[in-house]
Write a protein that binds this ligand. Sequence first.
Ligand code: SF4
Length: 343
Amino acid sequence: MDKLLEVKNLNVSYQTYAGEVQSVRGISFDVQKGEAIAIVGESGCGKSVTAKSILRLIKKPGVIKDGSEILYNNENILQFNKKRLSSYRGGEAAIIFQDALASLNPTMTVGKQIVENLVLHNNLSKPQAAEEAVRILEMVGIPNATKRAKQYPHEFSGGMRQRVMIAIAFACKPQLLIADEPTTALDVTIQAQIMDLIKDLQTQLNTAVILITHDLGVVANLAKRVIVMYSGKIVESGNCRDIFYSPKHPYTKALLNAMPRLDLQNKQQLSSIDGSPPDLIAPPIGCAFSPRCDYCMQICLEQSPEYTEFEGAHQAACWLYHKDVPSNIFTEFTEGEIKCQQI
Ligand code: SF4
């Protein structure tokens, strides 16, 4: 597979009255053409800021720091001029947000919103684009598409509105789609339909997808690879099977154990992760997960862990894999139960 996107040493900060919030702290990853990956982590871990950076949607007081690189087909999008950025955004790369009602233009019919995109990026005439818009609405499963194209966003249900967002995003057959918590605001049954729709379109159009989610339950059906973020850094990455069945980082393991499961007995409680993420105005010098980690050692408080590589491009940033770690601590962690058996 060819590389579509390379994120290198991405640092994003927000200037606030209290100080500089370091939302994303030196992350690097890549996405191949047509590949689906997921970025997971709890709120505030930097996953949505990463998504917005890839589309250059970071607004002041946010800033993408010098030294960061985001290469799309080997072009650095951080150096795109206005014209190039406009053909990239909406044409070659698109985004779906959680809140479709807030993202759609309430004063324009949904058909017109798709037409606008097609005229801008695909050089279609308005009548051609109007015809194409109806076809796209049909493709995303909107019944009576000709009639519905003339309606406004408030006339659609939540699930149908998300389908409209997907129609707009896929209208120009983007090479890259970012789906930022696309199902969080929807009922569970609708969630599954929307994820199936994104997967179908991804396969049909060979679009690379970056799914941003805090919900590990929606990851496995779509993504082949998972990136786990914590406090602005990538703490673990690997293919789905490795992450779900053989997590290496205590945070990933804790996330998996906090997932609801069908096999939980009535009185069994879900695990939770005690404590809260650190203040990103003054992140810890060592491992950011150390205040919440059951296996924390002295070195974890003093030095940020390097990545350890495992089989199959699986890697994790944790001192537990250092050769000098006492074997009792390592054994206690590796033999601890992974309760999730969802995939
Ligand atoms: Fe826990 Fe230390 Fe690993 Fe951080 S580096 S996750 S504190 S064991």
